[in-house]
Design a protein around this ligand. Structure first.
Ligand SMILES: Cc1cc2nc3c(=O)[nH]c(=O)nc-3n(C[C@H](O)[C@H](O)[C@H](O)COP(=O)(O)O)c2cc1C
Length: 167
């Protein structure tokens, strides 16, 4: 389909063919309040130095707070964390209600459960159309080696079989 004629719903459907993990990015806003958002735009950029990226839409209520945050954590969700995904995909306050978070570097909130976590310092913030692309340097990480939640075509993978891991 020609790029100048495409239908945006069809375009989104086509993008949904690209299966991703799901993460909740957490940080503190300028008042020291916890903020968090569900994302699937997370990706690795560079191994040396260790850089990762994710993007945030300008319609997100936490847009300015994340763009200004100097530190953030990427909490990669595990298979059983759909409720957490939905909770942080809703807009507004109270996302952290009844969640006992740990504190990471510079007191950034870390979810009690995750498959892996990456604690980052914001290194760059680029314009990306209606999103900002946030690049962070990974300062610390933990891999709990649980199966990750997988998202594609607007749905979660129903029963993930354990992937083959090469040595
Ligand atoms: C699976 C999934 C992936 C998402 N990925 C992103 C993303 O990468 N960037 C983004 O800005 N919003 C993403 N969203 C939407 C946000 O989670 C949603 O807009 C959220 O309500 C924003 O919260 P806020 O308005 O309180 O900041 C995603 C939602 C889902 C369900």
């Amino acid at each position: 389909m020609l790029l100048n004629k495409f239908d945006s719903a069809e375009y989104r459907r086509a993008l949904g063919c690209f299966a991703t993990g799901v993460a909740v990015v957490t940080a503190l806003d300028s008042a020291g309040e916890k903020i968090g958002i569900t994302v699937n735009s997370f990706n690795s950029v560079s191994l040396n130095p260790p850089l990762v990226l994710w993007s945030i839409g300008e319609e997100s209520l936490s847009y300015t707070a994340f763009v200004e945050a100097q530190y953030f954590a990427v909490n990669v969700l595990a298979t059983h964390q759909r409720e957490v995904c939905e909770r942080f995909a809703s807009s507004g306050e109270n996302k952290f209600q009844n969640l006992e978070c740990d504190e990471g570097i510079e007191r950034i909130p870390l979810l009690p459960e995750y498959s892996a976590v990456f604690e980052c310092r914001t290194e760059h913030c680029y314009d990306g159309g209606d999103h900002k692309i946030i690049v962070g340097r990974v300062l610390s990480f933990e891999d709990r080696k649980t199966d990750p939640l997988i998202f594609y075509r607007g749905h979660f993978l129903k029963s993930p079989s354990s992937p083959q891991v090469s040595p």
